[in-house]
Design a protein around this ligand. Sequence first.
Ligand SMILES: Cc1cc2nc3c(=O)[nH]c(=O)nc-3n(C[C@H](O)[C@H](O)[C@H](O)COP(=O)(O)OP(=O)(O)OC[C@H]3O[C@@H](n4cnc5c(N)ncnc54)[C@H](O)[C@@H]3O)c2cc1C
Length: 442
Amino acid sequence: MTHGIVRKTCFTTFDGTLSLSTTHQRPDRFSHLELPDTTTHRIPRGGGYSYSASSFGESSLVQEMTCFNRFLEFNPQQATLKLEAGVSLIDLMEWALPRKLYFPVLPGYPLITVGGCVAADVHGKNPYIDGTFADWVNQLTVFHPQKGYQSCSREVNPNLFAMTCGGFGLTGIITDITLQLAELPSPAIALSRKSVHGLEEAQFELASSNADIAYSWHDATAGANFGAGIVYAGHWTESTQQLKPMRFRPMTASTRAKLPLSAWNRVSARIANSAVLLHNRLKNDVSVTGVLDACFPFASNVYFHKLFGKTGLRESQFLVSEENVGQCTQALKELICETSAPTMMLSLKRFKGTQKSLSMSGTGYLVAIDCYRNARTEVFFQRLDQLIVEMGGQINLSKDSRVPPEIAALTVSGITDFKNNLFEYDPQRIMRSELSARLGLL
Ligand SMILES: Cc1cc2nc3c(=O)[nH]c(=O)nc-3n(C[C@H](O)[C@H](O)[C@H](O)COP(=O)(O)OP(=O)(O)OC[C@H]3O[C@@H](n4cnc5c(N)ncnc54)[C@H](O)[C@@H]3O)c2cc1C
């Protein structure tokens, strides 16, 4: 693509469930970013790894920010780094590691951009210790076609800063970001994998863990094996024996969907999950892994996503309070077994923090569920929505491409304030996506 030129592109969500054609531009300079005028509806895009259609929408110009990928300013005393929004997480980490620094909140795929992480306020491998992405952002520059370039931080223009972190690009295009980096404790991570029989045991393990990386994975197929899983706990280690550099081939929403049909179904899901559990029982329970491999587990392990093929997958993530998590996982187990839901795997993470704008943040346990798609999928998701509402859960708008507006209103506590502030900030609602249209934020 010639960078400033606007053309038609068909975009697809990473889960493969929604596609649409719209105008697309990949600016590589500010004069192109400012095109075409001040009234055209637009939405920024980073790497395109969101499961929901938050970075494209009907009649919105998509401005893909991946050419804005320069490192601008480093303050070694403060360990702060100013960079452009299109820098990928792998480029950030490859810059930081030789300087004995790292960024603590990294979602699972290396080609996700820093701008996309701010806009969805993503989480990493231990949100209980590290919080969410926005907690490590000191300052932003946001371009809005009618307002120009606006600097914001917790001290300067704090309302814009609060709305933009977790605001899914609806306040404007983030052009640069100042991040707070952390000192790298050591070059590798010792990752232990403890087999558990069920979700309750995993929750107990996570609650009593002081690990730097802490999350669990579970078999979520309906039946006797439901909940059997592995709790991952990582600690920094000086040991670098047998460390290999991370290698990966880029996966995008379109390369993920190359298989014409999904290979996942009830039988293949059970076999694969049983194999993972058996392999874990037989394997050494601690292995030393490089920081990048530990942070980006999906870089070298693409089969889980690719086997969903063109049919795609459905994921739901929600945060439920510490008081309700036990009751919630029990009710979830009953729902899955009763409806023979096409669930495949489930994961738990512990969170600590406060809810911000539209992002999934706060205190409690994250429950993530992946499903292959068949006639029962949508029915299961409707029942799951009701369960999340009953449990006072908070839904992740970035990971579920179909959340209906009434469920978002009941499960994202900041949504009403966000909407009021957004309408006051930008009465014409220049920034628009399928997500914002679906949620009534137009
Ligand atoms: C394999 C895989 C693993 C993942 N693991 C995790 C995980 O562990 N934790 C987690 O929280 N998420 C995870 N995610 C989700 C991912 O982190 C988020 O969807 C993230 O927002 C994607 O960023 P992106 O650069 O691809 O942005 P896109 O998907 O292109 O856009 C996402 C949102 O950011 C906005 N945006 C992008 N760039 C800018 C900008 N410059 N200015 C303003 N807004 C902008 C877009 O408008 C859109 O609303 C994972 C996704 C995949 C595919």
